[in-house]
Unconditional design. Structure first.
Length: 207
């Protein structure tokens, strides 16, 4: 992670950067969660990286470190019903906008992980593989991932048959086997996703 990457976006009028990322786009159930983070200008720690590259234990450690060194952070959560209604791409964008709106201070520019926000009121730069380049985006990816993991652990208490404590909603073998046995849960599973449709729509069983 280049500790100076974000600084290229700073100038005399651009002084406060927000990093934004999401977690849970590929899951079969639960919400998509986004986070927006404004870090202290001089903050850097080598543990901060793309959340996918960190172990669960390191993400938890980094999460606490980010929270204690953030000028502000916000979280946006979009539920499974909305994902089904608007599609996951749009739901991810809405989650990001929601996270940004939950910040409690002003900012000048938003850096996202390859997601154009399409909001004329926000100065946004979408960066391909931004979570592995930008410290701010990486911090947001960690906040989003850990927040969503905590949500899924709570769901695991309610629906233990899907092994959510392990798969966090992704389509693992055990999760798919549980879906075949118990079926999907309304308002929790994403009914527009193909693995779910194959179970609820007999036409898919012909192929």
């Amino acid at each position: 992670m280049d500790r100076n990457f974000d600084k290229q976006y700073l100038d005399n009028t651009t002084k406060v950067i927000v990093g934004v990322d999401e977690a849970g786009r590929g899951c079969l159930c639960g919400p998509v969660v986004a986070a927006a983070v404004i870090l202290k200008p001089d903050f850097y720690d080598s543990i901060i990286d793309d959340s996918k590259k960190l172990t669960s234990a390191k993400r938890e450690k980094a999460y606490k470190l980010i929270i204690s060194n953030a000028v502000s952070y916000g979280v946006g959560i979009i539920d499974a019903d909305t994902i089904d209604n608007v599609n996951i791409y749009e739901a991810s964008r809405l989650a990001m906008l929601k996270a940004i709106s939950n910040l409690n201070c002003k900012f000048d520019i938003v850096l996202t992980d390859a997601m154009p926000l399409k909001d004329e009121t926000i100065n946004c730069v979408d960066i391909i593989k931004g979570d592995s380049k930008s410290l701010s985006i990486a911090a947001a990816s960690i906040i989003a991932k850990v927040t969503r993991d905590h949500i899924m652990l709570e769901y695991d208490k309610k629906y233990p048959q899907y092994d959510l404590k392990t798969n966090k909603g992704y389509g693992t073998k055990k999760h798919l086997e549980a879906l075949a046995k118990y079926g999907p849960i309304k308002h929790f599973h994403r009914y527009t996703y193909k693995p779910i449709q194959r179970i609820i729509d007999p036409i898919y069983k012909l192929f």
